[in-house]
Design a protein around this ligand. Structure first.
Ligand code: ZN
Length: 133
């Protein structure tokens, strides 16, 4: 297998649809999106113009494809791009807290614990809300 190169998506060009119904993706006028003439799915072109994302309410994570020049290549960037900084945050915050605790008096600890618990819980709740559907 050769490494897959990705090409920029041209919004004025028709592409085959990533669905298996041999649909054609046609540009939707005045939008950054492409629509399939067979499966009626709408795909939004990424800001970088290198990927399309399926507009779907059925999937808990993003469905992303990249154009290799002759076919779509499935990319699983959706959840991962969000997941990595979040997991770093979840690891970093208790670490910072531990350092603070080790270097401060225990008397002022309670507000810090509450504050840090909120900092850890807030992203978790946001992710849960985002992927609940
Ligand atoms: Zn389609």
């Amino acid at each position: 297998m050769y490494p897959q190169k990705t090409e920029k998506i041209d919004l004025n060009t028709e592409y085959p649809c990533p669905c298996r119904r041999r649909g054609r993706l046609k540009p939707i006028v005045l939008t950054e999106a492409l629509g399939c003439d067979r499966c009626q799915q709408i795909f939004v072109v990424d800001e970088s113009r290198y990927a399309i994302e399926q507009l779907s309410t059925y999937h808990p994570y993003k469905q992303v494809w990249r154009w290799t020049g002759h076919q779509w290549s499935r990319a699983h960037a959706g959840l991962r791009t969000m997941y990595l900084p979040l997991s770093l945050l979840v690891i970093a915050i208790p670490s910072i807290w531990l350092i603070l605790v080790l270097h401060s008096d225990t008397a002022n600890l309670l507000p810090w614990i509450i504050f840090l618990l909120l900092l850890v819980l807030l992203p978790a709740v946001l992710v849960w809300l985002a992927y609940r559907r």
